[in-house]
Design a protein around this ligand. Structure first.
Ligand code: IMP
Ligand code: MG
Length: 185
């Protein structure tokens, strides 16, 4: 899949819809968070969501610390294999901290459950979770997000940080690739 082919992309959540919902979510999250919360953005997929959410948390009066962890679940292109690995770790101590984990999508739940267990194993006091999209159809771990922006159907989405074969993360909206013969439908 290259980006040169100009595939048809159907917009699911446009920029304005995302901005409005992220603002609402930030107010909800900020009302629940302690002052010294440590927000941990799970990379790569959450980088745009986390950047927008953090600025909205600031507007809502929050004063978070921010960290990043890169997690990867190996497998074929569009499904996770089940084995989560730390590709790049955070650099701060989490012992005794109140944590908010931020990810783009909660699908099988393995990535978020892994991150949550990791933070508790390192001595975090509390760990809350916040996701942009909740895709519950392929859930294999019993986990529900504490905060979420949207419920999403069982579709493979791209944009706003989320990739298909490393492409499309830069799109300012969230969409799905539509086959030519499915277009106009
Ligand atoms: P899971 O909850 O461990 O299955 O994995 C969630 C991760 O899989 C997300 O953080 C994304 O990186 C990736 N993912 C799941 N669904 C999609 C999708 O529709 N588009 C792009 N990435 C996805
Ligand atoms: Mg991800």
């Amino acid at each position: 899949m290259t980006q040169n082919k100009k595939p048809n992309i159907k917009v699911l959540y446009d920029e304005q819809t995302l901005a409005t919902e992220v603002e609402r979510l930030a107010k909800e999250v900020t009302a629940k968070l302690p002052e010294n919360v440590l927000v941990i953005s799970i990379l790569k997929g959450s980088f745009i969501f986390a950047a927008d959410l953090l600025r909205a948390i600031h507007r809502a009066g929050g004063t978070p610390d921010v960290e990043f962890i890169t997690l990867s679940s190996y497998g074929d292109r569009q499904t996770s294999s089940g084995k989560v690995q730390i590709m790049r770790d955070i650099t701060n101590e989490v012992k005794g901290r109140e944590i908010l984990l931020v990810d783009d999508i909660l699908e099988s739940g393995r990535t978020m459950a892994f991150a949550k267990d990791l933070m508790y194993a390192r001595g975090a006091k509390t760990v809350r979770t916040c996701v942009l999209l909740d895709k519950p159809h392929n859930r294999v771990v019993d986990i529900t997000p504490d905060h979420k922006a949207f419920d999403c159907d069982d579709l493979f989405v791209i944009g706003y940080g989320m990739d298909m074969a490393h492409g499309y993360r830069q799109l300012p909206f969230i969409g799905v690739v539509v086959d030519d013969d499915e277009d106009d439908g």
